[in-house]
Design a protein around this ligand. Structure first.
Ligand SMILES: [Zn+2]
Length: 347
């Protein structure tokens, strides 16, 4: 049986965000569902410690890190000009979130664990090198990739199925060819970046792949991109580690978006991710929580994903069913565009 880690701590509920949809209740909702489904006892608990300061400054500027620490110490409030609210404890909790993801990577790279899921908040994938954005303070998955590189992974591939573009993660690695950043997201949704033409720069040209999905896309459209684009891209890149930015706001119940994935849809992709890791990375795979704002969609999709990390048998417990609105089933136009225009595919 696979040894699967779960990074978890009650401290993740101490990052208080007032009326923000990215709220403390998200984490215990998932934890409770894992317990109800008998999964919690099968996971190896990983306790997070704060992220190493030197590592943190490989992704974020020292001025920004100091600003977050100072702003929280002074009581918090609205940290950026958008929607990132922080409380007194938030800087410390964000360092634990990043440190938790990094600890999971360390244990998977050393072979202590086969796979892991970091059940952390605040999320990270919108955090830019020098500013907070979209409920994110520090870019957890970018720090995890950077740590894996330090530990000897030559190439790291980040898949991001959160419904919003992984703009912060893309910014961290746009000019590098050692970290591949692949983001599915709803086309035309905040933060409005993530076109197919954003394919990386300089040495990193081709190792950024954006898949802007049509509004209303469902399981079948995502699965088509998985088979026709994601697997070939990964097989060509030959990563030593797969990382998943696991947002669950593409579930059909989510209030912030209009992508119509179901819980079994997530389970199928998670199962395929485990298979991909088995064939390319000796099974090494670490997921980290990003968004997901409907507690029902979030907790069941997250549990279904973690179930696949444990068993990879395709089973999903889904009391929510499929989207009642119907779904866009094909991604033919997007796949054609990527194949003819994107640097990783066109030559
Ligand atoms: Zn999101």
């Amino acid at each position: 049986m696979a040894r699967v880690g779960l990074v978890d701590s009650p401290r993740f509920e101490d990052h208080l965000t007032a009326e923000c949809p990215e709220r403390p209740a998200r984490v215990p909702a998932i934890r409770r569902t894992l317990d109800e489904q008998g999964l919690l006892d099968r996971l190896t608990s990983v306790s997070p410690g704060p992220v190493d300061g030197e590592l943190l400054r490989r992704i974020h500027s020292d001025a920004y890190v100091q600003e977050v620490l100072r702003f929280c110490a002074e009581g918090g409030g609205l940290l950026d000009d958008g929607d990132t609210i922080v409380s007194t404890a938030s800087a410390e909790v964000a360092m634990l979130a990043a440190g938790g993801g990094v600890a999971a990577v360390e244990q998977v790279m050393s072979g202590t664990l086969d796979r892991a899921f970091a059940l952390v908040r605040p999320p990270g994938h919108h955090a830019m090198p020098d500013r907070a954005m979209g409920f994110c303070l520090f870019n957890n998955v970018a720090l995890m990739a950077e740590r894996a590189r330090q530990l000897g992974a030559r190439r790291v591939m980040i898949l991001d199925w959160d419904v919003h573009h992984a703009n912060g993660t893309q910014a961290a690695f746009a000019d590098r060819d050692d970290v591949f950043v692949l983001s599915w997201h709803q086309s035309g949704l905040w933060p409005y970046s993530g076109a197919v033409s954003e394919e990386g720069t300089g040495a990193g040209t081709g190792t950024t792949l954006n898949l802007p999905m049509t509004r209303g896309s469902g399981d079948a459209a995502y699965w088509q991109t998985w088979q026709e684009l994601v697997v070939p891209a990964a097989e060509r890149f030959q990563p030593d580690l797969l990382l998943l930015s696991a947002g669950f706001d593409a579930h059909w119940r989510d209030p912030l978006a209009d992508i119509q994935l179901s819980v079994p849809g997530y389970a199928r992709m998670a199962q395929a991710l485990v298979t991909l890791a088995e064939s390319l990375t000796q099974g090494r795979l670490v997921a980290v929580l990003e968004g997901g704002y409907d507690l029902q969609g979030l907790r069941h999709a997250a549990a279904a994903t973690i179930r696949q990390l444990l068993d990879a048998d395709g089973t999903a417990i889904d009391p929510l069913g499929l989207s009642p609105r119907g779904t866009v089933k094909e991604a033919d136009n997007l796949i054609r565009t990527v194949r003819t225009q994107h640097a990783w595919f066109r030559d």
